[in-house]
Design a protein around this ligand. Sequence first.
Ligand code: MC0
Length: 141
Amino acid sequence: LITSVDHVGIAVADLDQAIAWYAETLGLVATHTETNEEQGVREAMLSAPGDSGAQIQLLAPLRPDSAIGKFLDRNGPGIQQLAYRVTDIDAASAALRNKGLRLLYDEPRRGTAGSRINFVHPKDAGGVLVELVEPAADQAH
Ligand code: MC0
């Protein structure tokens, strides 16, 4: 079902400031930035140089009423989600629904770099917002 941890998502108020902080303080490099209107985010993927393992995703809100806008209002900046990589998101979603977990979307939606994504409700996953990510065919590594 799950093949690896894809990324850890961190809510931030200002994306450019956060990218600079991670670069200057921790030496992580932004490899990809994107605006996702449907999700209401501007986001950046960060990695340690040369590392092809799990990434850090910085998420800044486009609107106050977005998921990240509401998260920042309630909690301030911090870890918002844990994303697992799957090879087949339709099969993974069906398997988790069969175990009684609530998936947030009936059908997968578009995530970073053409991936297909869905989420498990945090109340059904030990208080963690779990994202499932099926990378686009040309992005898998
Ligand atoms: C809310 N809760 C969380 C949480 N957000 N718990 C853990 N982690 C989070 N991130 C808790 C609340 O504290 C509350 O608990 C309960 O869940 C229900 O809250 P609610 O008020 O009913 O719901 P909302 O309005 O806070 O929405 C939560 C929900 C939403 C997870 C449904 O954030 C959502 O739809 N998320 C999926 C989309 C998303 O996160 N997009 C941004 C990333 P209490 O105990 O107070 O009842 S976009 C992305 O990630 C893409 C670009 C990608 O990776 O490719």
